[in-house]
Design a binder for this molecule. Structure first.
Ligand code: AMP
Ligand code: ZN
Length: 452
């Protein structure tokens, strides 16, 4: 990875994790996949990694920018809607998040710290910031970060304080409690009639969303972190505020590289609950699509460009994976040595990835090698197997011919019609199978089929 040089070959990464009040949609998963791609490439480079991804189970209010005590916490609102305990909601959706990651072959982080279990750490850093003069108590008893105490505010996003207009961030009642419009709450004083609150030097309350990531990243990775990751919408204000907090507390530039994944659109619009175009991993499974088809769809575009996804694109990716798995099963040979030409392909493919994760170029390269008659099959297998350590598409898995008794019977009938030269019947059976989503092709050695 150009420009990234981990000390002692250990790459440290902090990734902002999910707010666990609903199922992650595939847009969220595109961002979470970026962490996996960087980690897998680091391993191919022979580096070790230490990866932390937090679980936000308190403090993320419905409007991210709204941090007044009256603002509704996303988890508390969902708990009310479902008539359940807020912690039960958080644990339920946290487990769903881990299942989704597993379905996409995302390798687990080393630690998934929960905000609700890091309250002591959060209070400690808040106290430190207050002692250092970076934080003050507002007129509502909440603790605020003094944005003007951090001169390089805006370095990540370009939103320097001088250019921010009052009102860019609505903070409800807090607006009156703080000194400057761009200050934000570190700890919200919330009284006792609210769920998910903890005692603190600033009264009973709960942490702001931004401070949890500073507290957890410094605790688990120390004050020098190679990479901090998140979706593009987190660049401002979340990461800008995190940087101000972490650097002020540590007295140094904590994060070397801030990396942001661009958004996923679906059929032309940004995927979000409010746009009403949310797709979940379970929706793919219901349509008979391999969740790894989603992974391939993501890999086919650069992480830092917007990707406009559609069902047709996911289905096409499903077909590609199925075809690659079949090929690989045929191509592999037990005794094989790597040729010089293959070594050159491997080096070239790796170079593409080092160039800011150029996964689409790698996929194009593999498509070329797939058809390249001058590369012997066993060598093609070596190349596909090697890059699957990065792609994570389980290409070694035998293709699943998802079948049913009805499909099996129709296929058997068609094969016998074909053998007997009953072409009209064979065609009718092909159409019947197409209606069931099965595409049949005739080859020199018999009929082959795949799910569309
Ligand atoms: P949340 O659980 O809402 O805190 O979001 C989790 C992650 O998903 C964050 O890093 C967001 O930046 C990211 N995210 C939200 N919407 C999208 C989208 N449509 N495409 C890609 N990433 C997204
Ligand atoms: Zn964060």
């Amino acid at each position: 990875m150009v420009g990234i040089e981990p000390l002692h070959n250990l790459l440290t990464i902090y990734a902002c994790g999910p707010t666990v009040y609903r199922y992650a949609h595939v847009g969220n998963l595109r961002t979470f996949l970026l962490l996996d791609l960087i980690t897998r490439l680091a391993h191919l480079n022979g580096w070790k990694t230490r990866v932390i991804q937090n679980i936000t189970d308190v403090g993320h209010l419905i409007d991210d920018s709204q941090v007044d005590a009256q603002g509704e916490d996303k988890i508390l609102e969902q708990a009310k809607l479902e008539g359940k305990d807020p912690f039960a909601i958080a644990r339920y959706y946290e487990a769903a998040f881990h299942r989704d990651l597993a379905a996409l072959n995302v390798q687990p982080a080393d630690v998934y710290p929960r905000a609700s279990e890091s309250i002591d750490l959060i209070i400690d850093i808040c106290k430190r910031l207050q002692d250092q003069g970076h934080a003050y108590v507002g007129s509502d008893g909440s603790l605020f970060f003094d944005a003007n105490s951090f001169p390089t505010y805006g370095a990540i996003s370009g939103n320097s304080l001088g250019h921010l207009r009052p009102g860019h961030r609505f903070e409800g009642k807090s607006d009156e409690a703080k000194r400057f419009h761009a200050d934000w709450a570190l700890w919200k004083n919330a009284g006792t009639d609210r769920a998910m609150t903890w005692p603190s030097p600033w009264g009973n309350g709960f942490p702001g969303w931004h401070i949890e990531c500073s507290a957890m990243s410094l605790e688990h990775l120390g004050d020098s972190i190679d990479i901090h990751l998140g979706g593009i919408d987190l660049r401002f204000p979340h990461h800008e505020d995190e940087r101000a907090q972490s650097n002020s507390a540590a007295g140094r530039e904590v994060v070397k590289h801030w990396i942001h994944g661009e958004h996923l659109l679906f059929e032309g619009r940004k995927m979000s609950k409010s746009s009403g175009n949310v797709v979940l991993v379970s929706d793919l499974i219901e349509r008979g699509l391999d969740p790894l088809a989603l992974r391939l769809s993501f890999l086919e575009s650069r992480y830092r460009t917007q990707l406009d996804l559609s069902w047709a694109a996911i289905s096409a990716a499903h077909k590609t994976i199925t075809r690659w798995r079949s090929h690989l099963a045929e191509w592999r040979s037990i005794e094989t040595t790597i040729s010089e030409a293959t070594q050159a392909w491997l080096t070239h493919g790796l170079e593409l990835l080092q160039e800011d994760l150029n996964s689409p170029a790698l996929i194009q390269l593999l498509r070329r090698i797939e058809k390249d008659e001058t590369t012997p099959p066993d060598q093609r297998a070596i190349i596909f197997d090697f890059f699957d350590h990065f792609l994570g598409l389980d290409l070694g898995r035998l293709p699943e011919h998802e079948s049913s008794a009805e499909i099996d019977a129709l296929l058997a009938e068609r094969e016998s019609a074909r053998r007997n030269g009953q072409w009209k019947i064979a065609d009718e059976l092909r159409n019947a199978l197409a209606e069931l989503g099965i595409e049949v092709r005739d080859t020199a050695t018999g009929q082959v089929w795949e799910k569309r």
